[in-house]
Design a binder for this molecule. Structure first.
Ligand code: SF4
Ligand code: SF4
Ligand SMILES: [Zn+2]
Length: 273
């Protein structure tokens, strides 16, 4: 297995994963989405709400606010020493008190832990008109996207096979495929068509170029052919800011490794060693 990064920062990673099966690529994608824990608001105690939004709508909106998560500080509730009771090691409490006229935003949530703040401080929660009030206490806990989408650390997490474009000698450089390509990745150079350097990974494998080539009357087989590498995948992963993308990837790999070891030991146990 090999990972080659095209770009990597805290929010977005573009990389090629090679030497793996489609099943592994998909397991990696699913682990990043659903098995890496983050903090999200789960319980809300509303003391006063005279805003235009129902309590349920408000709590739903609060739950979707991404919160910066330090996985060295917090643990999952069911693995915490408090045995699920809720303590500062598995939950963080926010307080909010606001009176209109004003738009209540995410920075109005005051956290008990100054490190566990909303990722963005200007997410609108509700608009209060003059005299309207909102007073509440919200508790965020660590959980995974498997339980609810609000705990997913990624907003984009997908892959496609590495495209392969071959152009045979029967190409007469008519340029029809170049005009048809919606991603503008082909060009006519001399007496042949070719892929513009660095653009191959942009190919969506739509095969419009193949169809355009056949439509020129070249024969039943097009001069340009689109296929893909079965064990090479182009990934794009974008986080919601709760965790750096690199940490999401590391935790997902760690999860797959742990699960594989567990499966191996169970199989060994069943088969008597
Ligand atoms: S498959 Fe689609 S995107 Fe790729 S080169 Fe052909 S027309 Fe362009
Ligand atoms: S349409 Fe076919 S023949 Fe024309 S340039 Fe493209 S590959 Fe070559
Ligand atoms: Zn606890």
């Amino acid at each position: 297995m090999e990972i080659q990064f095209g770009s990597l920062d805290d929010d977005v990673a573009r990389f090629t994963l090679s030497g793996v099966t489609p099943a592994f690529a998909n397991a990696f994608r699913r682990a990043m989405i659903a098995e890496v824990p983050t903090l999200a608001i789960e319980d809300v105690r509303i003391y006063d709400n005279t805003s235009a939004l129902f309590d349920e709508m408000l709590t739903h909106r609060l739950g979707l606010i991404p919160i910066k998560t330090d996985l060295t500080t917090y643990s999952l509730k069911d693995k915490c020493s408090c045995e699920g009771q809720g303590c500062p090691s598995c939950s963080v409490t926010f307080t909010l008190s606001a009176e209109g006229p004003k738009t209540v935003i995410s920075s109005d949530l005051i956290p008990q832990d100054p490190k566990a703040v909303p990722v963005f401080d200007n997410i609108p929660i509700v608009k209060l008109t003059k005299g309207q009030k909102l007073v509440l206490e919200a508790k965020a806990i660590l959980n995974t996207g498997k339980e609810h989408a609000k705990w997913q650390p990624t907003i984009i997490c997908g892959y496609k096979n590495q495209p392969v474009i071959t152009i045979s000698d029967i190409c007469d450089a008519c340029g029809m495929c170049v005009e048809e390509c919606p991603r503008e990745i082909l060009t006519v150079k001399g007496k042949k068509v070719e892929v513009i350097e660095g653009k191959l990974s942009d190919c969506s494998m739509c095969r419009l170029c193949e169809r355009a080539c056949v439509a020129t009357g070249i024969g039943e087989e097009p001069a340009i052919k689109i296929s893909s590498e079965p064990d090479r995948f182009i990934f794009v992963v974008e986080g919601d800011g709760a965790l750096p993308v690199k940490e999401i990837m590391q935790k997902a790999i760690h999860y797959i490794k742990e699960q594989s070891e567990e499966l191996e030991s169970q199989v060994r146990e069943i088969s008597g060693g």
